[in-house]
Design a protein around this ligand. Sequence first.
Ligand code: FAD
Length: 466
Amino acid sequence: MKTQVVVIGGGPGGYAAAFLAADLGMQVTLVDLEENPGGVCLYRGCIPSKALLHAAKVLTEAREAEEFGVTFGAPEINIDKLRHWKNAVVGKMTGGLGQLSKARNVQFIRGRASFQNANTLNIEGGENIEFEHAILATGSRPAAIPAFDIGSDRIWNSTAALELKTVPKKLLVVGGGYIGLELGTVYSALGSEVSVVEMTGGLLPGADRDLVNILAKRVEAQMHAVMLNTKVVEIKEVTGGIQVTFEGDAAKEKVQVFDNVLVSVGRAPNSQNLGLENTKVVVNKRGFVEVNGARQTAEPSIYAIGDIAGDPMLAHKASHEGRVAVEAIAGHKAVFEPRAIPAVVFTDPEIAWCGLTESEAKRDGIPVEVARFPWAASGRATTLGRNDGVTKLLIEPQSQRILGVGICGSGAGELIAEGVLAIEMGAVADDLKMSIHPHPTLSETVMESAEVFFGQATHVFRPKKK
Ligand code: FAD
C-alpha cells in the first residue's frame, strides 16, 4: 500500500495533522491502536478528567450554596451513572472524530506501527505502507516508579483513576502536579479522604507561587492532608489496603494505610519499539524525538509532533505542531515559534498562565513590571462568591509590551485566551486598558490589571510609584 502522508498516532497532534493534510488535498493514512482517533487526550486524559471535574464542580457549588441561603440535601452519587456519562462523553467525541476522518477520506488503520526504513512503515501482523512523509505522534504514557510496581491493582496511574471503578475511603495522591491535583479534586468532591504527597517544597512546581498560594489554601482546606517536602520511601500491600511509609516532617504519621494510591509523577514519551533505529531519527536522553522548527526530524521524510517531541506535553501544543508539520510538508513557510503556549490547571480555583512567568523572569534576569489585580475587587467574582483569585500581567517596562499573563481564579482557563492573543499580537498595556471589557465579567480583571500598571485602576487604589 502507498500513501502520501502517514500519521502514526491519532491523538490531538496526529488527528489535527491528518485532517489538515487531507484538507490540503493530500492522500492521508492515520494509524492508531484504538478504534477511533482521540489519543490520550480523549480516551484517558483531558476529556474524561474534565467531565469528572465538571461533576466535582457541581457538587462543590451545591455544598457552598449554603453561604447565600440555598441549601441542598446531601448529594446522592450514583457512581455507575457518573462513569457511564463520562464514557458517553468520550464515545461521542471519539466517534465524531471517526466520522470526520471518513468525511475527509482519511484512511484510518487500527494497529501498531513501526518503521522498517525512512519510507516504509509496518503494521504489526499486517501490511507495509510506503509513504512520502510520515508524522510521528505516538504521545506519552504515565511515568512509572519501579518501587511502586508491586503488582497491586490498588495502585493507580491516571488511566486507572479515570476508570472510576470505586470511590476509595482513603486515597493517597503521589505527586502535586496538575494531573494529581485535578484527579485529587475529583475524588475529594466524590467523598474520598484525599492526601497529597509532594517531594518538593510546593504544589505545581513550575507555576508562579503567587498563583499557587491561592489554590494551595483551598486545596489544604479541601484535602485531608498536603505533605510537602515529603517522600514515599516504602510501599506494600497489606490486608485491606496499601501501607505507605513517608519520610519528611509534613507526614504526621510516618506509616499510613490507604485504600488506593494514585501515582502521578509525570509522563514519559512513547519513543520505544517504533523501529526508529531503522531511520536517522534522533531520540534524546529523556526519550523525546529531536525536531527542527518545522518539526522535521533528522530523517527528512519523518516529522514528529506532540508529547513525543518535547515539553510542554499539552494537547493544544500537539495540535498546533501537527498543523505546522503539515504546512511544512505542503511546502508552505511554516515554523513552530509560539510566543505564548497557555497552560491551564483545572483545579478549583483554576490556574492558567501564558508567555513569560514571573519565576522565569527572575531566573533569567528579564526586567519586568508586574501589575496585579486582586479578585477581591472584582464585582463579578463577588457575585460568584469567589473572590479567591488574582490576574497579573508581566509587562516589559520600556515598550510596555505584554510578555506574560497569569491568572488564578474560577474560569481562569477560559480567561487566559485573551492573554495569548495579547502576547501573540504584540499588545501593549494600553491596548488592554483601552479595550472595553463587558461588565460584570471576570474578563474585566485583565483590563483592570493593565489599569493597575498605570496606577489608574478604577476598583483598586494603587497609585503609580514615581
Ligand atoms: P497522544 O494523545 O498521547 O496520542 C498518541 C496516540 O498514539 C495514542 O492514541 C496511542 O494509542 C497511539 N500510538 C502509540 N504508539 C503507537 C504505535 N506504535 N502505532 C500506532 N499508534 C500508536 N493536556 C491539555 O492540553 N489539557 C488538559 O486538560 C490535559 N489533561 C490531561 C489529563 C490527564 C489525566 C492526562 C493523562 C493528560 C492530560 N493532558 C492534557 C495531556 C494531553 O493528553 C497530551 O498532551 C496529548 O494527548 C498529547 O497528544 P499527542 O497527539 O502527542 O499524543
